[in-house]
Write a protein that binds this ligand. Structure first.
Ligand code: MTE
Ligand code: MO
Length: 396
């Protein structure tokens, strides 16, 4: 897509939010003003631009008022610049081989002949929220928009692996996509899963998002979905599945995308973990979407505090909300349950009875009691962010 269809312009909403904030602190907006550059790539709407080569685009939070994130608004993240820009589905094959009884080369039509599975699942980058780490860590400076909730349709990975036939001694399964490194020194993005994980019932090779073909940037024509786990495993534009009789040794599993081997996946800020393991299940998270940060609310006028909450594939038990910075907490009403991998909306009716500044907070707990910390847990790669956030609003 080359230089893509850039449309650079001020991110008016963010700029508005900044001036509201500045007004409260009492100094001119220009001092705080920053510009969030927006970019429009093929099949996408205006998204927040992190980098254009490779494409890294973040979803503006206002899209999360909807239960399902529209295809055109879903975030985009690629590791290397030469991403696939077109795929001829007559030529494309998903090759399956390695430690298998036979080799497969499945066309899109072949995939669609396998039993069709549909579910809604949160897709989230391991580094979502990385920009909030203190002390800061290297990596893509995502806010909270490297996530989305999408209804995926595809064939079970297990059915594909079974039709190839796993031979005895299988330990891992690796996944590669059509993106290829520009230089031999750049490691190709290949990911792997332990075979037991790969054979779980809920992993699919998806060829539809929200009832439509995948967008090119989100992995056309097919991608792996590992619901409940971070999206680093959700290999896009999937081309090769390799069944392995030895542990996978590739860079993106052995060296990158690893978390400290501690209960919290964290270490004291600034320190190096003694031992690490590959990142896996998502942590429990919630985020207030509406009202947005720095909103001005009207005294005595009812307002619905709304947000989203999800976990590492275990559903949400409850979400509590505080309007006074965490002193008192109230239960919220949960919205539609679209299954354990989907996010859940939460709602709390509030009537602010005094003027002033308020810190709104939300805290989710999943169905096995995993919740969110009040202090940000730290690890050197900036993963697993799930701190209870404060959304500051003003009542006038
Ligand atoms: N082929 C391929 N698949 C990939 C990646 C990649 O660079 N190449 N990045 C992974 C990472 S780290 C993330 S967060 C998700 C992003 O998916 P999205 O672009 O559809 O939002 O894709 C994953 N799958
Ligand atoms: Mo990611």
């Amino acid at each position: 897509m080359g230089p893509a269809n850039f449309s650079r312009r001020n991110f008016l909403k963010a700029a508005g939010a900044v001036s509201a904030m500045a007004a409260v602190h009492g100094f001119p907006a220009e001092l705080l003003a920053y510009e969030r550059r927006m970019a429009r790539f093929p099949e996408k709407t205006d998204l927040i631009l992190l980098t254009s080569r490779p494409p890294q685009l973040e979803t503006p939070l206002s899209y999360f008022k909807e239960m399902i994130t529209p295809n055109e608004a879903l975030f985009v993240r690629w590791h290397i610049a030469n991403v696939p820009t077109s795929v001829d589905v007559n030529e494309w094959r998903l090759k399956v081989g390695g430690n298998t009884e036979k080799e497969l080369a499945l066309s899109l039509a072949d995939l669609k002949k396998l039993e069709k599975v549909t579910f809604t699942a949160v897709i989230q980058c391991s580094g979502n929220g990385r920009s909030f780490f203190v002390p800061p860590v290297a990596g893509g400076e995502w806010g909270d928009g490297a996530m989305g909730n999408v209804t995926w349709t595809g064939a079970r990975l297990r059915d594909i692996l079974n039709s190839a036939g796993l031979k005895a001694g299988t330990v891992d399964v690796s996944f590669n996509g059509l993106d290829k490194p520009p230089l031999p020194t750049v490691p190709d993005l290949v990911k792997s899963l332990p075979v037991d994980k790969a054979m779980e019932e809920d992993l699919i090779v998806a060829y539809e998002m929200n009832g439509k073909p995948l967008t090119m940037l989100n992995g056309f024509p097919a991608r792996l979905i590992v619901p409940g786990w971070y999206a680093t495993y959700w290999v896009k534009s999937l081309s090769d599945i390799t069944v392995l009789s030895k542990p996978f040794e590739g860079f993106w599993v052995k060296s990158a995308y690893r978390i400290p081997e501690t209960d919290c996946g964290c270490v004291p800020p600034g320190t190096t973990p003694k031992k690490t393991v590959p990142i896996n299940r998502m942590t429990t998270r919630s985020l207030i979407i509406d009202p947005s940060a720095s909103s001005e609310l009207t005294l005595n006028k009812p307002v619905t505090i709304m947000g989203v909450a999800f976990s590492g594939g275990r559903g949400i038990q409850d979400v509590i909300v505080s309007v006074d910075g965490g002193k008192r907490w109230e239960e919220t009403r949960l919205g539609e349950d679209k299954g354990k991998y989907s996010w859940r909306q939460f709602f709390y009716e509030w009537r602010p009875a005094k003027p002033g500044r308020y810190a709104l907070m939300a805290r989710a707990t999943d169905t096995i009691g995993e919740s969110q910390p009040f202090e940000g847990l730290w690890n050197p790669a900036g993963y697993l962010w799930n701190k209870v956030e404060k959304t500051e609003v003003v009542v006038k």
